[in-house]
Each structure stands twice: as structure tokens, then as C-alpha cells.
Design a protein around this ligand. Sequence first.
Ligand code: SAH
Length: 401
Amino acid sequence: MSSEVAYPALYLKRNEDTRLRAGHLWVFSNEVDVKRSPLTGFEPGEACVIVDAHEKPLGVGYVNPNSLICARLVNRGVEHALDRSLLVHKLKVALSLRERLYPEPYYRLVYGEADALPGLTLDRFGDVIVAQTTTAGMERLKDDIAAAVAKVIKPDALVWKNDAGIRALEHLPEYADAGMHALPLSLLVREGGLDFEIDPLGGQKTGWFYDQRANRDLLAPYVRDARVLDMFSYLGGWGLRAAAAGAKEVICVDGSASAVEAIGRNAQRNGLADRVSAVRADAFEYLKTQRSARERFDVVILDPPAFVKRKKDFNEGRLAYRRINEMAMQILARDGILITCSCSYHLPRAALLEAVQQGARHLDRNVQVLAQLQQAPDHPVHPAIPETDYLKGFICRVLPA
Ligand code: SAH
């Protein structure tokens, strides 16, 4: 059956189809021919056909008249409606990558634009799916998403963790909701042979940072018999894996009380409690205290929250990266290892390395970059959408000059 969907047209101005044709999925409000298709004629999240100035349809998407990114292309061509069966198809494509990558069902199942599902994130924790929408278009499809997930994955529960700050850009409320499902009391994520207890409703983001898993897999050669400091540790992902790989002592530091308590339980659960401790502190304060006390660590891990959340915070954020990296180097043992990361999309990889190098020069140290880190392959990068490529990091050896 080859028919065309009957959604209202969103007309682009002349030449404003270039980015979409190059592979991107976003339409900005100034690119729309509002004389032909006034944005006010659309409801938030309404499905549309995106059409160029020559009447050629590019594909099916959805509109949000209240957002700067006023439409996103979901599917090229106009044969398929934005419905359950399209979602089922896309979920299967996403699932087949993850099943190739991972022997166990713990991964990011859908990473928005890069999985051709703009505005949707799905994380899988065994039989529980934690879902997040960041656009009105995906919010409107919630029931179809849940039904498609039920069909493809058959999970015990699907939780909506819709409390991301960026929802405000689409005028969406923030909430977390387990729906009709009874959640298991403690949900476990398995990584690197360890079990971590997570809180899918009350935790940060979707509960676990799968984006760092492949990087944590690289820890082993650096941490054997080492004294390790895991800064911004959250539930202890890096720190516990360092302990499991043979570190002799690990200290995890996070500002969140609930995270620090969970680290204690996670260390117990994995038989690592004798070598892992957790401290609730502000990272900058903690590093200062350690410096004054002349404490030394063989390995320091810095995995902070985004210091550059918006483009205009670039200068201030860059200085924060410079400062925290310099402080970390001050408590590194001679010939120590600094693992430094940034999840700020607006901070380029080169700027993070520059922050490290400036700190090193200031302290008269020499840095060798041993590995360049990026987000795990269950967070694929879309080559036409730079916004999908946000996580960067370096494993550095820091030597006296
Ligand atoms: N390293 C973690 C993810 C870190 S997310 C992992 O691999 O899973 C960032 C963490 O930094 C959060 O847990 C947050 O509570 C913590 N945080 C944010 N600002 C902080 C500060 N100023 N001092 C200490 N911790 C902070």
C-alpha cells in the first residue's frame, strides 16, 4: 500500500531545506515560510509534513510553535505516519545495535536524534525501561511509544523520567511517573561484572550514566594497587570499577547525600566495602582540603556535570574546567594518572585539553595524553548533528617537568 500521510504541511523558505537534506533533523522557526504555513496554526507536538519551497516534501515530522527548534524531521519520505508501527520499526533498528554490542540488557536503547527518534531517550535496565521525552512531539506520542516498547522489549515496567531541564524550551512540565507499574524496590544495573543499585524515579537523569561505560572499561591498567580518587562520583561507577580492577584504596566524592549513601550500599553489595569509602562534599572544597593536608593519589578521575550548559556560559565554564583540573593535578602523586572528562556540548574537545595543559604549565608539570575518551556506542554520534557528540575526555599521565 503506497499512500501519503495526510498531515498539514510545514513550508520552508527558499534554500532552508539545505541542512535537512544534509542529514540534520531540525527546523528553526526563522526557516519556516510562515505566510504559507503560520506556526500558530499548529498545536504543540502536532505531526506535519515538512515541505521545501518548491513543494517537494522532505518527510514527516512534528511541530512545536513555541520552540526555537520549531520542528523536527522524524522520517524521510511521506509513506509512513508517525505511529506505533513506525516506532516499532525504529526501536528494532536501535535494539539490533545494542544486542550486537552488549551481552546483557543494560544500555541506552534509544539516543534521540542519533537513533532517528528526535526528542526520545530510552534507557534499559534489564526488564525496566526508563523513558524521557524532551519535545512536545514525542510527549504526544507517549502512549504509542509505550505500546511500541511493550511490543519490541516486553519490559515489566516503563517509567517516565520527564524532569530534564531542557523540557522548559518546549514548555513541557517536569515530572517523574511510574504509571500503573509497580517498580521493583531496588533496581540494579550491571556493568563490568558489578551490580549497582539505582533509583529510576529519584536519581539523576535516567538513573545511570551509560555514556561512560566504555571509558570505565579502560581503567584496569592504571588502577592496580593504586590510591584512586573518584570526583563527582554519583553512584560510584568509576570508583567501584577501579576497586574491582585492583585499586588498593578508593575515595568517591559527590555533593549528593543520596548518591553517597548509595555508594556505601553498592560497595557492600559487590564485596568492595573494605577498599571504598564515600564522602559528601563540594568537589572544589574537597580538593582544596586534600591539597592543604598534602594527600596524594595515584589516579584522580574528574567526571563533573556540564560546566558549560549554555553557549553564553563558555568563558566561565572553561575557567571552571581549568581550575578543577589544576586542583586535581596538585594532589596527584609523581607520575600520576588524571582521567578528565567533560559532558558540555559547548566545550570543544580541544578546549578541555587546553584547560588541562594550562593547569599543567601553571604547576610546571608535563602531560602525556594516553587515550581520548568519547561517549559509548549506545550513544551513537550523528555526523550531521554535532549536538549528538557531547562527551569528551582524556586519560593523561602527569609528570614533573
Ligand atoms: N561520574 C558519574 C557521573 C557524574 S554526574 C558516573 O560515572 O556515573 C555529576 C555528579 O556531580 C552528580 O552526581 C552530582 O551530584 C555531582 N556534583 C555536581 N556538582 C558538584 C560539586 N560542586 N561537588 C561535588 N559533586 C557535585
